[in-house]
Design a protein around this ligand. Structure first.
Ligand code: DX5
Ligand code: ZN
Length: 216
């Protein structure tokens, strides 16, 4: 089944509760945390995730675009995240492993994220224990960017590794997902689609979510 994860980066932050309710027919709520260091943008922090947790029962898929994420995984888990994605480029492998362990201790689902430059094989040291791999289809940092078609091959390669080592693991894609690109990433092996502008820019949001999910 294809899951849709609207990104609240494209929501109106003054009306965040209203905008979260607007996407309640989706599967996950994607929350983009940026620190101004790992990426050149600053967005949402722990207190906002805490407030979001109070106003929705949706599954909170929290994408940490921050340096040395091990410093913050416990805080975001306690704030109410259901799953945390940490970037493989954001720290040394031992500290990535440590962050995943803390996630397990806190009872949140574990995901690793790959910038477009990162090799699919970088997931291998952690693959057994992951609940999801997030393949970026734009450079992380901003919503509304153009989909990078070259990432279709990365999606295919990650899917092949998952089939071999961890078939239950989900494969999420993030960046430039729209009605035209959704079928391409699904065909390449993605099963969770993040969409910011394609959802919040649509006149009929539930219809946009259903369209991205495709026929089933
Ligand atoms: C970008 C973020 C994305 C972003 C996607 O760094 O991780 O989640 O909100 O936005 P769209 O769907 O507009 O490309
Ligand atoms: Zn994201």
């Amino acid at each position: 089944m294809i899951k849709i994860a609207p990104s609240i980066l494209s929501a109106d932050f003054v009306n965040l509760e209203r905008d979260i309710q607007m996407v309640s027919s989706a599967d996950y709520l994607h929350v983009d945390v940026m620190d101004g260091a790992f990426v050149p943008n600053i967005t949402i922090g722990v207190p906002v995730v805490q407030s979001i947790r109070k106003c929705t029962s949706m599954f909170l898929d929290v994408h940490l675009m921050i340096d040395k994420p091990v410093r913050y995984v416990e805080a975001f888990a306690k704030a109410g995240a259901d799953m945390l994605s940490i970037h493989l480029e954001a720290d040394h492998p031992t500290r990535i492993a440590e962050a995943l362990k803390v996630m397990g201790d806190c009872g949140v689902k574990k995901a690793v994220a790959l910038r477009p430059i990162t090799s699919p094989r970088a997931v291998l040291p952690y693959i057994d224990e992951l609940d999801m791999v997030l393949v970026m289809t734009v450079e992380p940092g901003f919503g509304g960017q153009a989909f990078m078609e070259s990432q279709l091959d990365t999606i295919r390669q990650v899917r092949a590794l998952l089939e071999r080592y961890n078939p239950a693991c989900e494969l999420e894609v993030d960046g430039g997902i729209a009605p035209k690109t959704a079928p391409l990433v699904i065909e390449a092996g993605a099963n969770v689609l993040v969409a910011g502008s394609a959802v919040y820019g649509a006149k009929d949001i539930p219809a946009a979510i259903a369209a991205l999910r495709g026929p089933e």
